[in-house]
Design a protein around this ligand. Structure first.
Ligand SMILES: [Zn+2]
Length: 357
């Protein structure tokens, strides 16, 4: 069994594929090559020949696949279920989410595989400014003399911090135990990392934070759905007219509402909305397009996600939104990638993956 998958999600498009070149080069330079890569791509067709060309000299296997969104749940700007794609399709014991605009120390894979797979390993948020010297966009080379050393200490984690973001790693078994990244709560905003960290904490995971292993290049976000910088090849289901009207009304009259305000506005002003409650969580769901938005009673996200220590799994089947990922990965085990993708596409609406246990 392959011990590690790098789960990459590509949303941005760079005409010369310089970011892809840099990321592949970082993987090719790893001192340990015992991994594969799932490259889940919002621009799969447009990038296919470049991926084939750039990857032919590398020893590791790259599974380049299109990202297929849910057909039945409208999304506005963000869909965090995309972060589960690589983890779902992998066969490896553990995965690491490797987001674009990041580069890696050549010893990262070796460091990960030297640790027990159950450990949750986090690599901090080392954000740096791009300079022409730092990153040669033509060759993909990172000039390590230009990379600043960060002072964050290597440290043991007794309790998962909420600021781990999501470019970390643990076993796929543990990822399934918390039901992966939350597929329900996020349309406009983006605290799926806090939500994930909280469920890992509530599940009692232990680990380490390791410094100067993964670095992030500061960058603007694209304004297209999925934060892409050009339209995705397989777009979201669009919100219905009622949802769009309300979104535009709010943006025009209120500007940028808080998390708490968005939920209460949808619950109060939407003409055809159902309210679903489960435990401490509550959602407003459009009856026409299934657009879903959490209703929060606080602005304190940390307090909200840690309120109930039994909150360990991300929500499953909130009016058809949110899959049971354990059942899905059990079904995919040992299948070819082509078969996996067929099952993946069907999984959004197949009742089998919408059962709670
Ligand atoms: Zn709607």
């Amino acid at each position: 069994m392959i011990p590690l998958t790098y789960a990459v999600t590509l949303a941005d498009w760079t005409p010369q594929q310089d970011m892809l070149r840099m990321m592949l080069r970082c993987l090719g330079d790893q001192t340990c090559q015992d991994f594969d890569v799932i490259l889940a791509d919002h621009h799969y067709d447009a990038r296919k020949s470049s991926v084939d060309e750039l990857s032919k000299n590398y020893k590791f296997k790259i599974h380049h696949i299109p990202i297929i969104p849910a057909p039945h749940v409208a999304k506005h700007y963000i869909d965090c279920s995309v972060f589960n794609v690589g983890w779902i399709l992998s066969d490896a014991e553990r995965c690491i989410r490797y987001s674009e605009w990041r580069f890696l120390d050549p010893k990262l894979t070796e460091t990960i595989l030297d640790e027990p797979k159950e450990l949750f390993l986090d690599f901090y948020f080392h954000n740096i400014q791009e300079t022409p010297k730092l990153w040669n966009r033509e060759t993909g080379l990172i000039k390590w003399e230009e990379v600043p050393l960060f002072n964050d200490p290597d440290t043991d984690i007794e309790q998962i911090p909420l600021n781990c973001y999501a470019n970390n790693t643990t076993s796929r078994e543990q990822w399934a135990k918390v039901n992966g990244f939350n597929e329900v709560d996020f349309n406009f905003f983006h605290w799926e990392d806090i939500d994930y960290n909280a469920r890992c904490r509530n599940s009692g995971f232990r680990g380490k934070r390791l410094s100067n292993m993964m670095f992030r290049i500061d960058h603007p976000y694209g304004l297209e759905p999925n934060r892409a910088n050009r339209p995705c090849e397989k777009p979201f289901k669009q919100p219905c007219d009622s949802c769009e009207d309300l979104i535009h009304y709010v943006r025009y009259h209120i500007g940028t509402p808080t998390h708490k305000e968005w939920g209460s506005i949808f619950a109060a002003r939407h003409s055809q909305v159902s309210i679903v409650e489960r435990g401490f969580k509550k959602w407003a769901i459009c009856n026409k397009c299934n657009f879903i938005i959490p209703i929060l009673d606080t602005e304190d996200i940390a307090e909200y996600v840690l309120r109930d220590g039994n909150y360990t799994k991300s929500p499953i089947n909130v009016n058809g939104s949110g899959r049971n990922l354990q059942i899905l990965i059990d079904d995919l085990k040992g299948k070819s990638m082509a078969t996996k993708l067929q099952i993946y596409e069907d999984s959004w609406t197949n009742e089998r993956y919408l059962t709670l246990s």
